[in-house]
Design a protein around this ligand. Structure first.
Ligand SMILES: [Cu+2]
Length: 716
């Protein structure tokens, strides 16, 4: 076990308690053995200032309370985040990762570091998963300075706490001049099990939006003076816009919603900021004034100032702030959806608060976004002062202004190949994909060693996606020509476009994915696979089912009836059981003497698009002579979110049903539904529901066959 778990303590590089052994230096780790051998044989002393730097990371399950309530978490060396791993360029890392979990395998990916493929830490694809009770030793050379981080690449473990920071200093001296430095690891915390979060996202529950205060309703639209925008959206069948997927219990900086770090008046402090959130973009702002960005995703950039820094998951920025006078100066990371923030206070004394970020106007997100895009695009041509003055209150990433310190253009005669990758998805169904295909449907993009691959990333969705490439830096082509900045993660804004290019100077297989954990899990990922591995090479994505079925359901239990549906659902397939049972005394003549009319369908349905799902199955009913029958039909969503269903059955009857939900307030909605069946004739129902929490709603309903009553809706 190592003793680096005191994550809040500022570790001075020179007195770091790492185990450091001097070693023979070598620029190319893969030749290290040979160099040593040659040196030993020739008895030549190979002088170098590189060192073998060793760390032990223990991943364990324990109870902690990052958001105030004790829950089971996954910690590294008893902390969330794990320790800061510090190196110098030229060092050689030896990191033993101990899996102390009882049942789960784990992994650690070194995010942003260029290293040999087998050290990249993506389970199966590059590195064997670390089985419970075992240790995996990573060994790689540190070849470039900057701020990086590490995290589990197994399932949703990152959301449960498996992440930490990496600082690599240049071979000599420091990359940035500052009086002191602090690492700020930003993250998001949910007390829910992330698997449960994923199920909630797939079921399309409105609960998270309500909890975040981001629910859209008719009353809300009227209050915001945006009813026509609301109706336009409903007419166009666009899902209500939301900025983030998950409602979090807390946002954290270095594992805490609120904490303090030492700094003295007048000091310039280097903040190494890492967005280790699973699904949260942040606006970072300091009470001390504008942030001076000096590095992005590791490499240094020409300094620029921003008031408010927008960071995607997986991105890192090094910024300088100067404490103007005595006081505790707030550095605040506000979640993009406005739901909450995390704070760290630099220095001691009277608290100086960072400015609030106004909540997003969800009804007019288009305009807000368009303004931000326009600002961001013109900012590249402005002076630092002018760009600062013109900055939007909800800015996008300052990519247009980022410029590398020296040219990054690829020299040589590499062939450039351009690929268009559309970021695609379906918010309601929670399918996320690239070019309309999930990782399961299309796993690889072949790459030829030596070529320059230019990627046009076009976002066809209404969410931001931070796209992360393993094993390579790419040039972010945003108008800075030869000195385009080098990055490993790029935010692609809703309906926006980014162009990046990288030199294929590696080998084997490298992951490329959205760093929104739940989008990656849902399939928004690819593997860049080097062709040199031969035509028979198969990428190893492991034995996991990439598109598992999840069980979910919703049922009402009312004084007069019960209706509901349980389903086994994966990305496009559903196996459903639906029912509609009268429990009261109201009985129609065609109920054939039964007190309670019922109808139950067992169906398979195929999700073709948000608006279209055909289905087939069996219907069991006691209406119309209690004859069971086969059914086949389709669900089609009409403008204004009017749900229609058309079906025919094996007895020759035809049914048409229309239904609509009206979201009146955040929690209150009304519904109305009518159907005409050539067998059962007219039937209709209408009612209201009130959302209590994730599991329960209240319901009151009139049904033309079953009468009037009320009760609860349970989701499971
Ligand atoms: Cu995404």
């Amino acid at each position: 076990m190592n003793q680096h778990s005191n994550k809040y303590e500022q570790t001075n590089y020179n007195q770091s308690r790492r185990k450091v052994r001097p070693m023979h230096n070598s620029m190319n780790f893969r030749n290290l053995g040979m160099y040593c051998l040659v040196a030993a044989f020739l008895a030549l002393p190979v002088l170098s200032n590189g060192a073998a730097v060793e760390y032990d990371l223990s991943i364990a399950e324990q109870r902690m309370a990052p958001a105030g309530k004790p829950v089971r978490v996954l910690s590294i060396n008893d902390g969330i985040p794990g320790p800061t791993l510090r190196f110098r360029v030229g060092d050689s890392a030896r990191i033993r990762v101990h899996n102390r979990l009882a049942r789960e395998s784990t992994s650690i990916h070194w995010h942003g570091l260029l290293l040999p493929n087998a050290q990249d830490g993506v389970p199966y694809l590059t590195t064997p998963p670390i089985q419970p009770g075992t240790t995996h030793t990573f060994e790689f050379p540190l070849t470039h300075p900057g701020t990086y981080w590490y995290h589990s690449h197994t399932g949703l473990q990152e959301q449960r706490g498996v992440y930490g920071s990496i600082v690599v200093e240049p071979e000599n001296g420091k990359a940035h001049q500052a009086d002191r430095e602090h690492v700020l690891v930003l993250s998001d915390w949910t007390n829910e099990n992330p698997d449960e979060v994923m199920r909630n996202l797939m079921r399309g529950s409105e609960y998270y939006a309500v909890r975040k205060g981001n629910m859209q309703s008719i009353a809300g639209a009227i209050r915001a003076g945006a009813l026509s925008e609301y109706l336009d959206r409903e007419k166009a069948r666009l899902p209500s816009m939301d900025i983030s997927d998950v409602a979090y219990d807390a946002f954290l900086i270095n594992g805490k919603p609120r904490s303090a770090l030492p700094a003295r008046p007048g000091e310039t402090v280097l903040l190494r900021i890492i967005n280790a959130g699973a699904s949260s973009y942040f606006y970072l702002q300091s009470a001390t004034g504008p942030l001076t960005i000096v590095a992005a995703d590791g490499p240094s950039v020409k300094p620029i100032r921003v008031n408010r820094l927008f960071l995607g998951m997986g991105e890192t920025y090094d910024v300088l702030v100067t404490l103007p006078s005595a006081g505790a100066w707030e550095v605040r990371a506000t979640a993009q959806d406005g739901s909450s923030h995390a704070s760290v206070f630099l220095g001691e004394g009277t608290e100086k608060a960072a400015p609030d970020v106004s909540r997003p106007d969800l009804y007019r997100m288009d305009e807000t976004l368009l303004a931000a895009i326009t600002d961001a695009e013109t900012s590249g041509k402005l002076s630092d002062d002018d760009a600062l003055a013109a900055e939007s209150p909800r800015p996008l990433s300052p990519y247009r202004r980022l410029e590398a310190l020296s040219p990054t253009a690829f020299t040589g005669t590499n062939e450039t190949r351009t690929l268009t990758l559309r970021l695609t998805g379906d918010m309601q169904r929670y399918i996320w994909s690239i070019n309309g295909k999930t990782l399961k449907q299309e796993s690889t993009i072949p790459v030829k060693r030596g070529e320059v691959l230019r990627l046009e990333l076009i976002n066809d969705t209404m969410m931001h996606h931070p796209m992360h490439l393993h094993g390579h830096f790419f040039r972010l082509l945003e108008g800075k020509g030869a000195s385009a900045p080098l990055k490993h993660t790029v935010d692609v804004p809703p309906m926006g476009k980014r162009t990046i290019e990288f030199l294929a100077n590696e080998e084997q297989d490298w992951f490329f994915h959205c760093h929104l954990l739940y989008h990656m899990e849902a399939g928004m990922a690819r593997v860049f696979s080097y062709r040199e591995q031969g035509p028979d090479h198969k990428v190893n994505l492991g034995p996991h089912n990439l598109d598992p079925y999840r069980f979910m359901g919703e049922a009402s239990l009312q004084s007069h009836m019960s209706m509901g549906m349980v389903t086994l659902q994966n990305s496009r397939n559903n196996f459903n059981a639906l029912w509609d049972v009268g429990l009261g005394t109201v009985s129609k003549p065609y109920h054939d003497g039964h007190d309670h009319g019922y109808e139950a369908d067992l169906t398979y349905s195929r999700y073709v698009s948000p608006n279209f799902s055909p289905f087939a199955g069996f219907r069991f009913a006691n209406e119309n002579g209690a004859k069971n029958r086969g059914i086949v039909g389709l669900n089609y969503r009409l403008p204004y979110f009017v749900e229609s269903e058309f079906l025919v059955d094996t007895r020759g009857d035809v049914r048409l049903r229309l239904g609509k939900n009206f979201q009146i307030t955040d929690r209150l909605s009304a519904f109305a539904e009518g159907e005409y069946d050539t067998g059962t004739q007219w039937e209709w129902s209408a009612g209201v529901t009130y959302l209590l929490n994730q599991r329960f709603s209240l319901i009151a309903q009139h049904h033309s066959s079953h009468g009037t009553g009320g009760g609860i809706v349970i989701r499971f």
